[in-house]
Design a binder for this molecule. Structure first.
Ligand code: GTP
Ligand code: MG
Length: 441
């Protein structure tokens, strides 16, 4: 899966932070070291990794958490902000319908220029723009045919001039041919060259000749560390206006995308997520980072917790974790969770928790809280504190007293046992972390 390595590294750093007893300077510093390791292992440029983590460390040590936010949540959200800002603004390219928007696709051999030209042409024409593509790769045999096939998927017109061997001339002719009648012109260029210098020179020549609105660098997301230097070399030869990172569907570590963006200062417009014509996604930094951190949208979780104003007593949580769970605890838990509106919504934000509890159980819990409440109110104090004592005859008495059925009472007891076991089991760790994130330090 996409970005696995970076995600695992960041997640385990966060888990360690969240699981620590108290957040002091040493814990923060260790967290920073874990982050650096995770970023560097995922091919983020070393300098960028250090700069980013230093900023996280400085802010984590200096900034005071806002009311209701724990220090741990605050540090995670600082990380989230810093990683998002490294990636720049939301992706996508605004198309001005009042004129012709010219794109030149640049990048080394095999990075995905021609494929991405086809994908972009499709995307823009689906949005109702008139699109023309120019086959300015005069180097690679079959380049024109490849482009014609791809453009054919969306009925987009292709300009080519097989007799012309000068790619700069073809780019110019193509632009002239489409100018005025199309909203978008996409020029595909050659990536193959005898040497890199020649490639960069040709690219510079094309950019100077057609003066595109967008010089788009197409970069292969699987090449890792090299992304940074490659992007920098292109950017120095001719300023890059936007980036498309391809092949983020495979084993790509994803850190390369961060590196390319950092090297050029350019926005990532789109990411390629497969070989098919529709496998192009608008780049969304917050979602990208959310995926990296593996917690869905952490900000949303923090906000939800703040809004709900849930207060969790740490001592109580610990007692429950050790297996001493009372019916009142259970009831309290049901009610607090109800405050969030939807249990499922919380669960989606907490990795591991969704597996630990089945969603249908959660659904049922929401509907059943009222029933459970009336049953618990019919229990004696002893029964509430030690529900294991409730035998068949007590079940009958409680059912009659609460006006519910025996089956309801047994269901509650089963829920009780399930929760108790869940807390004791190793998966209880996830639950404990969640409780901690909710404010139980
Ligand atoms: N899995 C996957 N494969 C991709 C993606 N984008 C491109 N490819 C594949 O990468 C290979 C090279 O793509 P091209 O579009 O031909 O690359 P190019 O940059 O035009 O290459 P040259 O013309 O030789 O410079 C092809 O096999 C594509 O199918 C992507 O997002 N995901
Ligand atoms: Mg090509």
């Amino acid at each position: 899966m996409m970005l696995d390595s970076l995600r695992d590294g960041l997640q385990s750093a966060i888990k360690k932070l969240v699981g620590s007893n108290m957040v002091d300077e040493n814990v923060v510093k260790e967290f920073i070291r874990d982050l650096q390791r995770a970023l560097i292992q995922a091919d983020v440029n070393v300098r960028i990794a250090l700069q980013t983590t230093e900023r996280v460390q400085k802010r984590a040590l200096e900034e005071k958490p806002a009311g209701g936010v724990t220090r741990k949540d605050q540090i995670v959200s600082i990380l989230y902000e810093e990683l998002s800002s490294l990636l720049g603004k939301e992706g996508g390219v605004p198309i001005d319908k009042g004129r012709t928007n010219v794109f030149v696709m640049l990048g080394v051999q095999g990075s995905g220029k021609t494929t991405t030209t086809g994908k972009l042409a499709r995307l823009f024409s689906k949005r109702g723009f008139r699109v023309g593509v120019v086959a300015a790769d005069t180097f690679r045999p079959g380049a024109v045919t490849q482009l014609r096939t791809l453009a054919g998927f969306s009925g987009v017109e292709v300009f080519s001039d097989e007799k012309q061997k000068d790619s700069i001339a073809v780019a110019k002719e193509g632009k002239k041919y489409f100018e005025g009648t199309k909203n978008v012109i996409i020029i595909d260029t050659a990536g193959r060259h005898k040497e890199e210098k020649g490639l960069l020179q040709e690219m510079k020549g094309i950019v100077e000749a057609v003066k595109p609105d967008y010089s788009v660098l197409v970069i292969d997301g699987t090449i890792g560390q090299q992304c940074f230097n490659q992007a920098l070399a292109f950017h120095q030869a001719s300023p890059i206006g936007g980036i498309i990172v391809t092949k983020l569907d495979g084993a790509a570590k994803g850190g390369g995308a961060l590196a390319a963006a950092a090297a050029t200062g350019a926005k990532i417009f789109y990411i390629g997520t497969g070989e098919r014509i529709d496998d192009l996604e608008e780049f969304q930094p917050t979602r990208f980072v959310g995926r990296l951190l593996g917690m869905g949208d952490i900000k949303a979780l923090i906000e939800m917790v703040q809004q709900a104003g849930v207060e969790v007593d740490g001592k109580k949580v610990q007692r429950m974790m050790s297996g001493k769970l009372t019916m009142d605890d259970l009831l309290e838990q049901f009610e607090q969770m109800k405050k969030f509106g939807s249990l499922k919504k919380i669960v989606e934000h907490v990795p591991g928790f969704a597996d630990a509890m089945k969603t249908q159980d959660l659904d049922k819990a929401e509907d059943r809280v009222k029933v459970y409440k009336s049953i618990i109110q019919s229990m004696t104090k002893v029964e509430r504190e030690d529900p294991d004592r409730i035998n068949a005859s007590r079940v009958k008495r409680i059912a009659v007293g609460s006006g519910r059925t025996d089956k309801d009472v047994r269901e509650l007891l089963a829920r009780y046992k399930q929760t108790k076991n869940l807390m004791k089991a190793s998966k209880g760790r996830e639950f404990r972390n969640m409780m901690k994130r909710m404010g139980a330090q």
